[in-house]
Write a new protein. Sequence first.
Lengths: 273, 287
Amino acid sequence: MSIKLNKIFLYLFLGLAFIWLFVPFSMALLWSLVDPSVSWSYPDIFPKKLSLQRWFDMWETTSLSTAMLNSYSLAPLAALVTILLASPTAYAFAKIDFPGREVFKVLVLIPLVVPSFVIAIFFTSLLYSLHIYAKYPSILLGHVLLFMPYAVRILTVSFTQVNDDIVNAARDLGANPWAIFKVAYLPAIKPGILASLLIVFILSIEEFAVAFIVGSPDFTTIPTILYSFLGYNFIRSNAAVVSLVLVGPNVLLMLFLERLLQSANPQNVSGKG
Amino acid sequence: MKKPWWVVLLLITPGFGFVLLLIGAVVSMAVAQSIGFYNFAGESQFSLEHWQQIINGDGSRRFWRAFRYSAYIASYSAILSVIIAYPIALWLRKPFKGSITLSAILKAPMLVHGLVAAFLMINVISYHGFINEFMIWSGLWDKPVRMQNDKLGIGVIFLQVWKQMPFALLLLSGSVQNLSDSVLDAAQDLGAGSIARFRKVVLPLTLQSLQAALILIFIGAAGDFSFQKVAGPTAENSMATLMIYVQTDVGDWNGAAVIAIMLMVLALFGSLAVAIVAKYVSRVATL
């Protein structure tokens, strides 16, 4: 493709990107800043009065703070439990030859292809039939199930990158298991552990189906409270505040994750070069 | 490395075993409830009445309408996503100035939550939203056009493509970048233009990623609930919204189970069908 044409396309796309990212987000920001006392309605192009009042109101009068507490305590717990359960499987998938390993590797991905609302509803009915009604631990369990495939997948790749020569060398030099883990395993799997912690954290914050169905009607997370502002009681400014609360931290974390995944490339952790 | 079987079993039980047991229990629960067991509202016993009622009885028109609607949304979303992603992936095959920024911007929607995306789109297309105000301000339209909750579900398809296209782009970029220059150059030397090269070289060599993208997007879009609820046509149900309606508002868990099974059937066979069509199209294209 000629360089000139390339430039034209580039600017065209950057322009499009402006329309499909910048415009919607700035509108959300504007809506969240509309002062409750003066409404923003047709035909005003811009709101007449801006303030942070909505943000304070949301914090004080709605259950946003509870929802944030729930989301931000569920997510690290889910991440931790998922990694702890996933690691032995990932180690076995990466390092041990056993019959059916390739089939197992595919089977562990099943939660990704079952529609999430099907999982949510029949996970709930499973809990009911076992007479389990505690919502917080149930949602935690649901999240661990939904995100285990990601953790197993990422950690399997990490364990594959552990260099057996280093393990053997350390053993020959008389290192104890902990020392072997520290010099041979940890450097190779650390980025993978961090990456899977982060990805489960982000996915758990964003998870809607299980939190909505298992948690209904009174247990709220950030996505379920956003849904309630979009559905039954549609209040644009409130929805704008929750949207920004949901998207902001996750975008920052995702950018960090991207960095991590890049540093997780084999050359950096194989102990060579 | 070899280990005794019980060591392997011990290692894979907490992760793999947990997933298989729980997802197995969840899916079995759906199957059992669809054939009358675990009836929370009546007598639990084997019966095909729930199937009869949903797919053949009073609710059948509503059900098949939702089935067709979800199939329609999922096929269009999957096909449009890959049609848009292909040229971009080819374009970004060789890095150039600005290409990294561009691919970062294109991937940005993956970071935006579905519900937030739906909300943002509503702000832009609503009756007094950005597009309408802009078109009236510029004098191109006399009065606002109603675009929200459109009858054909174009808003939902747009959202699906917005959210899922980056995913197709990711898969296709990977395989497009693996194409060797020598093969493409050879085709060019033999007189193939860019369209012929795409048809006869690129398409067959990247078919697997294309199929993977189609399958995953189809499955995701077939099970959609939030886009449909927030931006979809008010007169239509998707399979997921119908399932939730039957379970929550009607309180019929067993009926919801029938819909769940049919949703999984749709996701499985629908996505395979789209993948097979893609293979057939690529065969025809090479002729």
